[in-house]
Design a protein. Structure first.
Length: 235
């Protein structure tokens, strides 16, 4: 393999300047298309599926919490066995959905570790030069329901009703990260493949490659992970 690469390098050096430029442009196009079709697109599809599942679970949890609150409110003034049974069933369903949501997120890289891990892998590839690592503002996976009016809050602001108020549904937060570096397209492709082999999971949002002076390019990678905490990503 090394001998073959050496032969290809010699043949490339033997070409005139115009043919070298044509091969460079073709290689850049193949790299961008390969990264998008071979790495970014499948991972983006998996990310959308995981986010959709987490979003649906969160909606179901919120719905059951709302029904639970309504039943508890009625139970305070007009208790009956049927509603108590329904209340217990809803509590069990909400608990199962919480467990499913947490199980789905097991294996995802922690937001506080993502920058360090991606940077460590890049530093090991000494031919890549890091320019910047930027964290993106955390965003809720789904927008919270609008808050109640002040009058409604004032009417329910009693000790008894606070005790019976439902717990908020588990909040799922999207934590994004951008890493910018310089290097050749072959080193960049090797870096992306090494990231795919990590034991932790995260989701790809985009890979941008801007060809600079041959043979180097400026590469921007955007990824994100999910967490039940809004906490700072650590960059």
């Amino acid at each position: 393999m090394k001998r073959r690469l050496a032969e290809l390098a010699k043949r490339f050096e033997a070409l005139d300047r115009s043919r070298r430029l044509m091969l460079l442009v073709a290689a850049a196009v193949v790299l961008v298309a390969g990264v998008r079709l071979g790495v970014a697109d499948p991972l983006a599809a998996a990310a959308r599926g995981a986010r959709d599942e987490a979003r649906e679970l969160q909606k179901q949890i919120a719905e059951r919490r709302g029904r639970l609150a309504a039943i508890k409110a009625r139970h305070e003034t007009d208790p009956n066995r049927k509603e108590r049974q329904q209340l217990a069933r809803l509590e069990q369903e909400a608990g199962r959905l919480d467990a499913r949501l947490r199980e789905r997120m097991r294996g995802l890289i922690e937001p506080r570790d993502m920058a360090r891990v991606l940077e460590d892998v890049l530093v090991r590839r000494t031919r890549l030069r890091l320019e910047a690592v930027r964290s993106l503002p955390p965003q809720p996976l789904i927008e919270p329901a609008p808050a109640e009016s002040g009058a409604a809050v004032a009417e329910t602001d009693t000790v008894a009703e606070k005790e019976t108020a439902p717990k908020p549904a588990a909040g799922v937060w999207r934590h994004g990260l951008q890493i910018v570096f310089h290097g050749t397209y072959l080193d960049t492709l090797a870096y992306l493949r090494e990231l795919e082999r990590l034991q932790w999971e995260f989701y790809w949002d985009g890979v941008e490659l801007e060809v600079e002076e041959y043979p180097r390019a400026r590469v921007t990678i955007t990824v994100h992970t999910l967490s039940l905490e809004e906490g700072w990503i650590g960059v």
